[in-house]
Design a protein around this ligand. Sequence first.
Ligand SMILES: C[C@@](CO)(OP(=O)(O)O)[C@H](O)COP(=O)(O)OP(=O)(O)OC[C@H]1O[C@@H](n2ccc(N)nc2=O)[C@H](O)[C@@H]1O
Ligand SMILES: Nc1ncnc2c1ncn2[C@@H]1O[C@H](COP(=O)(O)OP(=O)(O)O)[C@@H](O)[C@H]1O
Length: 296
Amino acid sequence: MTRTLNNCPAPAKLNLFLHVTGRRPDGYHLLQTVFQLIDYSDQLHFEVRDDGIIRRTTVIPGVPEESDLIVRAAKLLQSAIAAKTGAAAMAASPIPGANIAIDKKLPMGGGLGGGSSDAATTLMALNHLWQGGLSRAELMALGLRLGADVPFFLFGRNAFAEGVGEALQALDTTACWFVIIEPGVAIPTEKIFSSSELTRDTKPVKMTDFSIGTKKLFGRNDLEVVAAKQFPEVADVIKWLKTYGDARMTGSGACVFCAFAQEDQADEVLKLVPQRWKAWKAKAMQQHPLADLLDS
Ligand SMILES: C[C@@](CO)(OP(=O)(O)O)[C@H](O)COP(=O)(O)OP(=O)(O)OC[C@H]1O[C@@H](n2ccc(N)nc2=O)[C@H](O)[C@@H]1O
Ligand SMILES: Nc1ncnc2c1ncn2[C@@H]1O[C@H](COP(=O)(O)OP(=O)(O)O)[C@@H](O)[C@H]1O
């Protein structure tokens, strides 16, 4: 059995548009969105343990080990493998554990799906290392129990998403570069979804209505107006970046992005970003870098 998997990327996503079309009886919101993978990632490192214990070996300020989505994903996978394997087989060959280290680069509460992507990478890597044998569909169902964004990262492709984000259809998006600006605030997703000012009745669109382009983005992000009102820093960044293109917030915020056809256009804008904001460029990706791990 392979014992280690190092440098496993957990890439960020952008929501190229995000419409809130309704609300389920349990309070979760029905969405339509396009998820875009970008080449800006956390990196995770896995080492198998024989004693069944799951340990996060990196400290993430503000995220205790037991509530980290990485640790929760690993424990959920252990239970799912145990349920699938059966008691007799388990007694003969118990499910291993893992030490998991992370180089955290994605800002928390940034709308880039960092925690969800970390969880998805953990499910893919440990299913492989532990020879769990769970299919992509089984992992996606597990992932949904951890967060609405997790199934997308396991899906492995850019996607048009409906439901709470779990009903996914593959979609090819335009090759482009994004400038992404972090306004310096962390926005809890729940705070935006629970706002009385959120509109929840955007008319549903069809996947074929989604048009791809770097000049004008399709639709809008319904969460943006709420986040910009509650967090003026977000409004400031949107206003600044709109000078250079069609700027938009991703997810429930706080990060704001703008697409450019050429890398040098992104570089030019990056040079002009005021020092008070952290900014970087990222390339649009068509595939999750670990997609083949699940296919094999
Ligand atoms: C808004 C989006 C868009 O991609 O991304 P982020 O900005 O968080 O990255 C997602 O829908 C977020 O997904 P995720 O971050 O996994 O959210 P979860 O942990 O499942 O939910 C956090 C809280 O947000 C609310 N929530 C989330 C998703 C949804 N469709 N409706 C909701 O009302 C619920 O109150 C829930 O308790
Ligand atoms: N591995 C993790 N990385 C980041 N956040 C995590 C992780 N595990 C749990 N969390 C929690 O999830 C929250 C949302 O983080 P994140 O997914 O990065 O942002 P967003 O949902 O805005 O994309 C964090 O504030 C943190 O409390």
